[in-house]
Design a protein around this ligand. Structure first.
Ligand SMILES: Nc1ncnc2c1ncn2[C@@H]1O[C@H](COP(=O)(O)OP(=O)(O)OP(=O)(O)O)[C@@H](O)[C@H]1O
Ligand SMILES: [Mg+2]
Length: 292
């Protein structure tokens, strides 16, 4: 039986041969949405960003990599019957697992299965990675809705996706947890493009202040930075949309939050285009899937 380290090493060796490296089209933008603290709005942000990217004409895949309660399928009003496990263990084609939603985005769930995955032979694992990458390369934007915190699956998704979007609220505890997360990211060289979204603000000044505080601490202790891509106000409409099982941006196109999502999506696409690091890292993606 192989363990995950053996598998990672084998993947690394193979990726040097080029069979796992994916040279995405210039337009393929992968974003991992993460947070230090839970409940700050990652799933809300990921789903609404995904729908916004689709409205900007991009082909979007949302990977639900969180096994929490309020999952992306609930927010999108769909029921995911199959997960990546069915592809890995039952050989079900990914094209049959993906859910097409009426909002123009596709959704795939990455359920847990670490123990079983570890017992998977490396040849089978390699085949799955190749299938996964071929499948992923059909998309122009891929978003990972990660679990909260700094578990190894989260850090793997963060290092797989060239763009990271860290969501926080202005709460001091949430900010402290962002710092803890960015510290791990910097110390391990996990992500080159750190973007910040401040959710549930009272006003924009509060969001700017959060970004400033975080940046001054990060600059001082990590010689690092995180770029604010936008703030979203706190409003009861968000839970209203959740109750209706519809994405906010599909319900209230002209609300400030929907306008902001458009600006944030555009900023992320621009950052992606301007970045030298645009490659989805297959080895890290697989590590993330193994460790969920
Ligand atoms: N801007 C906002 N205004 C008001 N409520 C919000 C806002 N953003 C998110 N919420 C609400 O906060 C709650 C948590 O949101 P969500 O489930 O998206 O967080 P999460 O970070 O994905 O949580 P978890 O860490 O459990 O995965 C939900 O009830 C959501 O509707
Ligand atoms: Mg969530």
């Amino acid at each position: 039986m192989t363990n995950s380290n053996d598998q990672a090493a084998s993947l690394r060796n193979n990726s040097q041969g080029g069979s796992f490296g994916i040279k995405p089209k210039k337009s393929m933008c992968c974003i991992a949405v993460a947070s230090g603290k839970g409940g700050v709005g990652k799933t809300f942000v990921t789903v609404n960003l995904a729908v916004t990217f689709a409205r900007l004409g991009r082909k979007v895949l949302l990977v639900d990599a969180d096994l929490g309660l309020a999952n992306a399928d609930i927010v999108l009003g769909v029921h995911t019957e199959f997960s990546m496990q069915d592809a890995i263990f039952k050989g079900k084609p990914l094209s049959e697992i993906v859910m097409h939603t009426k909002y123009g985005i596709d959704l795939i769930s990455a359920s847990s299965g670490s123990k079983e995955m570890m017992s998977l032979g490396s040849a089978r694992m390699q085949m799955f990675i190749n299938d996964l990458l071929a499948f992923a390369s059909e998309y122009e934007v891929i978003l990972f809705d990660c679990a909260a915190g700094i578990d190894s699956n989260v850090t793997s998704f963060l290092s797989a996706a060239p763009q990271s979007l860290i969501v926080t609220t202005p709460q001091p505890t949430a900010m402290m947890d962002v710092y803890a997360l960015t510290k791990i990211i910097y110390q391990n060289g996990l992500s080159s493009n750190l973007n910040l979204l401040v959710n549930m603000t009272d006003n924009d000044r509060q969001g700017d202040a959060v970004a400033q505080t975080l940046n001054s601490v990060m600059q001082r202790y990590l010689s690092g930075r995180i770029d604010l891509v936008g703030c979203l106000p706190s409003t009861d409409l968000v839970n209203n949309a959740l109750k209706r099982r519809m994405p906010f941006v599909a319900l209230w196109e002209r609300e400030i939050i929907s306008v902001r999502f458009k600006q944030i999506a555009t900023a992320l696409l621009n950052r992606h285009e301007a970045s030298e690091d645009r490659e989805l890292k297959a080895e890290n993606l697989m590590k993330g899937l193994i460790n969920i």
